[in-house]
Design a protein around this ligand. Structure first.
Ligand SMILES: NC(=O)C1=CN([C@@H]2O[C@H](COP(=O)(O)OP(=O)(O)OC[C@H]3O[C@@H](n4cnc5c(N)ncnc54)[C@H](O)[C@@H]3O)[C@@H](O)[C@H]2O)C=CC1
Ligand SMILES: CC(=O)C(C)=O
Length: 261
């Protein structure tokens, strides 16, 4: 019998994380969803869909900004599903606040959730790969095109996404001797609740009606359509697969042709 493979995906109750969890389940992974306790109900729908594909799935409440909580998620996933092969550090938040108005509390919160979480996830997963005696492990982190070029009115968010790339590049080099790869994905404008929020908050600042700020982005996308979670999930599927064994320290842009690096 083929050995079971397990992926932990944070922020997988909705949006891009849900898309990644579904794709990795199609790829043959059992899935542990880590998300906020308030997302438990939503996650049950994702679990049901994964189980329909014939894979096992579970939910564990986590606050990725807290080191102990992130370590507990990895422990709980292994206790329940038996092993660990892939961690996707996907959970994140966005703040739509001009640079002049960013507060200390906002900075603290967004860096804890988007950046500290990535450090804690890399620490927890790499320690677990070693404890389990895995021959290799894969860690995949959410950056953004805003992590290559700052996005106006999202200055703190952009900073967090640049930071993710720095952390994963350094970690990739440190963990390579243990055959642990660390990579990232950088989506563009993805139709998820996060962009609903961005559109709404930009609208409060510039007076544009609901949907207009997002619609205005369309002409900057070469493929001329908005991105879906499945578009991001296709890239993550590759990074999680054996085909990407020789790829590390990279952040793959998946944006339909907005940025060229
Ligand atoms: N939507 C977009 O256009 C883009 C999104 N991204 C990144 O992709 C990732 C996913 O984004 P979306 O799916 O669009 O966002 P979303 O807002 O739709 O979903 C985020 C998920 O993360 C969870 N989450 C938030 N804070 C958490 C915490 N402290 N602990 C545990 N879970 C937490 C939420 O409950 C939610 O399920 C984020 O890191 C985001 O920055 C990057 C580029 C573009
Ligand atoms: C939310 C986000 O990362 C972008 C680029 O829209």
């Amino acid at each position: 019998m083929a050995e079971r493979k397990v992926a932990v995906v944070t922020g997988a109750a909705q949006g891009i994380g849900e898309g990644i969890a579904m794709q990795l389940a199609k790829d043959g992974f059992d899935i542990a969803i880590g998300d906020l306790e308030q997302q438990r109900q939503k996650a049950q729908g994702v679990i049901a869909a994964i189980e329909e594909l014939g894979q096992r799935a579970c939910f564990h409440a986590v606050d990725v900004s807290q080191r102990d909580s992130m370590f507990a998620l990895i422990d709980a996933a292994v206790d329940e599903l038996g092993t660990l092969d892939v961690l996707v550090n996907n959970a994140g938040i966005c703040d739509v606040v001009p640079i002049a108005d960013v507060t200390e509390a906002q900075l603290e919160r967004i860096f804890r959730i988007n950046v500290f979480s990535v450090v804690y996830g890399i620490q927890a997963a790499s320690a677990k790969f070693e404890a389990l005696g895995k021959e290799k492990g894969k860690i995949i982190c959410a950056s953004s095109i805003a992590g290559f070029e700052g996005f106006p009115i999202l200055p703190a968010y952009s900073g967090t996404k640049f930071a993710v790339r720095g952390i994963l590049q350094a970690s990739a080099q440190e963990l390579a001797p243990k055959h642990i790869t660390v990579n990232g994905y950088a989506p563009g404008i993805v139709a998820t609740p996060m962009w609903d929020y961005i559109d709404q908050e930009l609208g409060k600042l510039n007076g544009k009606p609901k949907g207009q700020n997002m619609a205005d982005m369309l002409d900057s996308i070469a493929l001329h359509r908005f991105e879906y979670p499945a578009d991001v999930a296709g890239v993550v599927s590759f990074l999680a697969s054996d085909k990407a064994d020789y790829v590390t320290g990279q952040t793959v842009i998946v944006d339909g042709g907005m940025q060229y690096r």
